[in-house]
Design a protein around this ligand. Structure first.
Ligand SMILES: Cc1cc2nc3c(=O)[nH]c(=O)nc-3n(C[C@H](O)[C@H](O)[C@H](O)COP(=O)(O)OP(=O)(O)OC[C@H]3O[C@@H](n4cnc5c(N)ncnc54)[C@H](O)[C@@H]3O)c2cc1C
Ligand code: SF4
Length: 462
């Protein structure tokens, strides 16, 4: 094997500068940098990277085309498999997917596939490359989609290709789901999401905002007015610790509430935007996934003096993307391993004042797994002004409780068959609503595959 060149590093905003703004952290590759990085790909006979991608992007071909400066061709190739590469290139856990299986990883650093995907997506958008799609004529058939996150958007894009009339219903005032309201601007600039949504609308997808299915329009109305329904409501209801002192205290947020205020309602632009948010001086974020990193990094940008991540396992078990954890630590977020809150204590005004924590140890179970268990007598206290709980989410019950014929499991996750069909014929589901909280690319893949299943159902094609 020829000597492998090192990865082309990406320039980033320095940590001390970026904690004072919400601008993107990575600056993106220049054309020359992208060419150099793509040329590191050794063009494997069996590209393991592609099988590890949930939407099977032609990564090897993309790398070849970029290395030959055929940017337009690379862009069109990527768009064939993934309608939203600018988003997935920035937020996918690449180290666990494509880059995790890149053959170069055995000898050196894998090809920077995610950053090349983001580069080519940005290049295509900047050069206004039009994706020519042959839209067939099926406008007499109507599909309703509930939720405009990645699953709903990907399903809409694919259903439109088949020519169906598509309407998305979205409860919020902006389309994009978590891409819009959850993931902060410094990781995923919102003009990118807006641009992708606008392109979809230009293709004829109708998006009805400020419209909650189950409240403004009922499920049975959607069923009677459409030939198929796709449920992509995500999993937006937060889980809480359920410990003493939690409920009545001010200053205890769910990560969703905190991030929606900050991102969607632009609290970081207060007073220009009329959304106040009080983060206090000392913030504790419970959990260590992407959501926790986003909340912690948002809190430090909103002026908190100290931000602490509280995690009951050790860093290596943190479910966050490696890059986000790395960026958070660079930004001065303090990571506490093997600790777990057991009680919250408030002051006389009803605000959180301090929390009681137990030290934990990882105890081996019969099946070999390690379970965090409290160490008896290890409790200690920590003063805090704000607590943000980022402990995972489950599907929101608002709509589903009014449509009991749609079967769900004990966690409220919609049950689907191998064709994404729910217990109601003609109603399909995908994304976090049908898999539990997962990833953007999984939601995109399920949206796209569900569209194929819907097409088969409506046309009788196989
Ligand atoms: C803060 C945060 C950070 C994340 N970071 C990453 C990351 O870095 N990488 C990654 O891969 N994944 C990440 N994820 C997970 C990822 O965003 C989700 O897995 C993905 O967005 C799921 O897509 P979805 O389309 O199923 O649902 P969502 O994105 O949740 O979209 C569902 C949409 O449906 C709408 N809706 C709900 N109920 C109704 C109703 N009754 N009527 C109308 N509309 C309704 C909601 O308002 C929402 O817009 C993150 C999640 C969060 C919360
Ligand atoms: S596995 Fe790595 S080296 Fe092989 S084709 Fe994919 S990106 Fe290129």
């Amino acid at each position: 094997m020829p000597k492998i060149k090192p990865r082309v590093p990406m320039k980033e905003q320095p940590a001390l500068q970026r904690i004072k703004n919400f601008d993107s952290v990575p600056y993106g590759y220049t054309e020359d940098q992208a060419v150099e990085e793509a040329a590191r790909c050794i063009q494997c006979k069996k590209p393991a990277c592609e099988s590890a991608c949930p939407v099977n992007i032609g990564i090897k071909e993309m790398n070849l085309l970029i290395s030959q400066r055929k940017f337009k061709e690379a862009y069109l190739l990527v768009k064939e498999d993934n309608a939203f590469p600018a988003c997935s290139g920035r937020v996918c856990p690449q180290e666990k997917q494509c880059e995790g299986d890149c053959i170069l990883k055995k000898f050196d650093q894998p090809v920077s596939i995610g950053k090349l995907e983001a580069f080519i997506a940005d290049w295509g958008a900047a050069h206004q490359v039009e994706v020519q799609e042959c839209i067939s004529d099926n406008e007499d058939k109507h599909i309703a989609i509930v939720g405009s996150g990645p699953a709903g958007l990907a399903c809409a894009a694919e259903c439109r290709k088949y020519g169906y009339a598509v309407t998305i219903y979205e409860t919020l005032h902006k389309a994009g789901g978590v891409l819009q309201y959850g993931i902060p601007e410094f990781r995923l600039p919102k003009d990118i999401v807006d641009d992708e949504v606008a392109k979809l609308e230009a293709k004829g997808v109708k998006i009805v905002l400020n419209n909650t299915v189950g409240q403004n329009i009922y499920y049975y109305e959607l069923v009677s007015q459409n030939d198929a329904v796709f449920l992509a409501m995500g999993a937006g209801a937060p889980k809480f610790m359920g410990i003493q002192g939690e409920n009545p205290l001010d200053g205890v947020y769910s990560s969703n509430e905190f991030l929606i205020r900050a991102n969607l309602m632009k609290a970081y632009k207060f007073p220009e935007w009329d959304t106040p948010i009080d983060v206090g001086k000392i913030v504790a974020v419970l959990g260590a996934g992407n959501v926790a990193m986003d909340a912690a990094r948002t809190a430090i940008r909103l002026g908190a003096e100290e931000v602490h991540i509280i995690y009951r396992r050790t860093k290596e078990y943190a479910p966050a993307r490696a890059e986000e954890l790395h960026h958070a630590l660079e930004e001065g977020i303090i990571f506490h391993e093997l600790v777990n809150p057991v009680r919250f204590h408030g002051n006389d005004e009803g605000f959180i004042d301090y929390m009681e924590l137990a030290r934990m140890e990882l105890v081996e179970q019969a099946d070999g797994s390690l379970r965090p268990m409290p160490i008896p007598g290890s409790n200690f206290y920590m003063g805090v002004d704000t607590i943000i709980e980022a402990l995972g989410t489950v599907p929101n019950r608002l709509f589903l409780d009014r449509a009991p014929e749609i079967k769900r499991d004990k966690n409220g996750v919609i049950i689907v068959d191998e064709n994404y069909m729910t217990s109601v014929e003609g109603t399909f589901a995908g994304g976090d609503a049908a898999s539990g909280a997962a990833t953007v690319i999984k939601a995109l893949g399920e949206g796209k595959n569900a569209a194929k299943a819907i097409h088969t159902y409506l046309s009788g094609a196989s």
